[in-house]
Design a binder for this molecule. Structure first.
Ligand code: HEM
Length: 449
């Protein structure tokens, strides 16, 4: 049984937020951090509390870095029970993750590479008015906690039209997501069977069937890890690329579809390889109902190097159930309407890759599926959207009689920030807020029982 009342809602619920703000924070001292946590905790809701109803208009999430838990006063013995990759943080592991060149932490713009990053408050809201209310509330809290400094913040905005999620390049998103055993999520055809909760939530059996050790239970139980990635999308460059490689609008759409593995409508190329089918694109019951091994072993429909075929090779990968990731997050920056020249403003995706094991899930995806130039024997390719591109790599589109090979693929995205966070369960947040044992904190702990 999942302890829904102890799991932060974001892990299990994809809320219909259209706007919001991420606030990256640093604690000058333990008591300031704990005072902030004690208060914001009142607004953090569990998976049991959050239903997606019309009345639900804002959603607050709190996650901490390893340095953040230390800054709150967590003892060294307990801190040492967390895995080394989380202790080190994303920036320290950049070389191994392939975050080099323009994507290297030295170039990140939001202060997330530094050791003083301690926490993130994720304030999601349904509309601008509610967002304004949440931001004011949080700003008020910060004025009462002068020892808590804002390192940076990021304003989030969905892109019009708002009836479905898509990114700045125009692709429909939020189509494929793993289903967790014990939740009410619908396992749409092709999503795979429900996975054991331990793949995403600490303290539960996972797909290995083996015992599932975790860091100190008081902090880790019902928690998860977040790999945060702020990826700027160079929309002008992407549109120029499509124009260069497709003579007609239809050819350009096909090139866009080949890079992703889905048409921008969301329709998967495996099911409609020649012509887009927007109705299929929006039909969650049908638009994941495909595999690759039998239908498209050589990538004539979905190139082996396309984004979705890399990020979920489905029946062509071993151990796929141990590599799934939950995706949360939002787009940021202004929409660039079709036909308008690039205005040079930053826009992109600020995403959290959610998993129970950073090495086995996120880091594996990052350094094998995304950045290994020879993944699937492709020779000289990386993921066309989130691989580190330096202008020397290719993208091959298998085709009879002759395949198409695009050389000198430009970087459509640049990594602008990143971090590893731990998303504690509600009780663990109360425990951390109550460290230090002063009277206020003790009372708080009592209340949390
Ligand atoms: C700016 C960069 C990125 C863009 C534009 C992008 C866009 C998309 C889109 C449009 C889809 C298809 C919709 C869907 O299947 O839900 C998708 C799928 C996916 N993406 Fe990304 N993505 C980006 C970065 C990443 C990163 C960094 C990761 C993980 C490390 C990731 C992991 C996935 C996964 C796991 C899927 C589902 C594939 C499937 O199950 O078939 N993406 N992405």
């Amino acid at each position: 049984m999942l302890e829904l009342d102890d799991i932060q809602h974001i892990l299990l619920t994809r809320t219909p937020a259209l706007t919001g703000r991420y606030v990256f924070l640093s604690f000058a001292d333990a008591e300031s951090g704990r005072a902030w946590l004690r208060e914001i905790l009142r607004t953090v809701r569990s998976a049991a509390d959050v239903g997606v109803t019309e009345d639900d208009r804002s959603w607050v999430t709190v996650a901490l870095t390893w340095n953040g838990m230390r800054a709150l006063g967590l003892d060294e013995e307990t801190l040492a029970t967390f895995p080394a990759e989380f202790q080190q943080g994303m920036a320290a592991r950049a070389a191994m993750l392939g975050d080099t060149g323009e994507n290297a932490p030295e170039n990140w713009v939001d202060g997330t590479a530094g050791p003083d990053l301690h926490a993130i408050a994720i304030l999601f809201a349904r509309d601008a008015a509610e967002r304004g209310r949440c931001e004011m509330e949080h700003e008020g809290l910060l004025t009462r906690c002068p020892g808590v400094r804002v390192i940076s913040s990021l304003e989030l905005e969905a892109i019009p039209p708002f009836d479905h999620a898509h990114d700045h390049f125009g692709y429909r998103d939020r189509l494929s997501q793993p289903v967790i055993e014990g939740t009410e999520d619908i396992p749409y055809k092709g999503s795979g069977g429900p996975l054991k909760p331990g793949e995403f939530i600490l303290g539960y059996p996972d797909e290995s069937g083996l015992p599932y050790p975790m860091p100190d239970e008081r902090i880790a139980r019902n928690g998860s890890y977040f790999a945060y990635r702020r990826l700027e999308e160079h929309v002008g460059k992407f549109r120029d690329f499509l124009a260069e490689h497709g003579e007609t609008p239809a050819e350009q759409e096909l090139v866009a579809a080949k890079l992703m593995g889905r048409w921008r409508s969301g329709a998967p190329l495996t099911l409609c390889p020649e012509v887009d089918d927007p109705e299929l694109g929006k039909d969650l019951h049908r638009n994941n109902d495909f595999d690759y091994k039998e239908k498209d072993p050589h990538g004539y429909a979905v190139p082996l190097g396309s984004h979705i075929r890399r990020m979920n090779p489905r029946d062509t990968a071993h151990n796929m159930n141990r590599r799934r990731m939950i995706r949360r997050g939002a787009t940021y920056g202004p929409h660039l309407p079709e036909g308008q020249p690039d205005d040079g403003k930053e826009r992109g995706i600020a995403a959290f890759i959610v998993c129970a094991n950073l090495i086995r899930q996120f880091e594996f995806a990052q350094n094998v599926w995304i950045n290994d130039k020879n993944f699937h024997d492709l020779g000289n390719e990386r993921d066309p959207f989130c691989g580190t591109q330096d202008g020397t790599l290719e993208f091959k589109i298998p085709k009879r009689p002759i395949r198409k090979k695009i050389t000198g693929l430009p970087a459509f995205t640049t990594l602008r920030g990143g971090a590893y966070f731990f998303l504690p369960g509600i009780k663990a947040l109360h425990y951390l807020a109550g460290l230090g044992g002063n009277a206020q904190a003790d009372a708080h702990l009592e209340g949390a029982k």
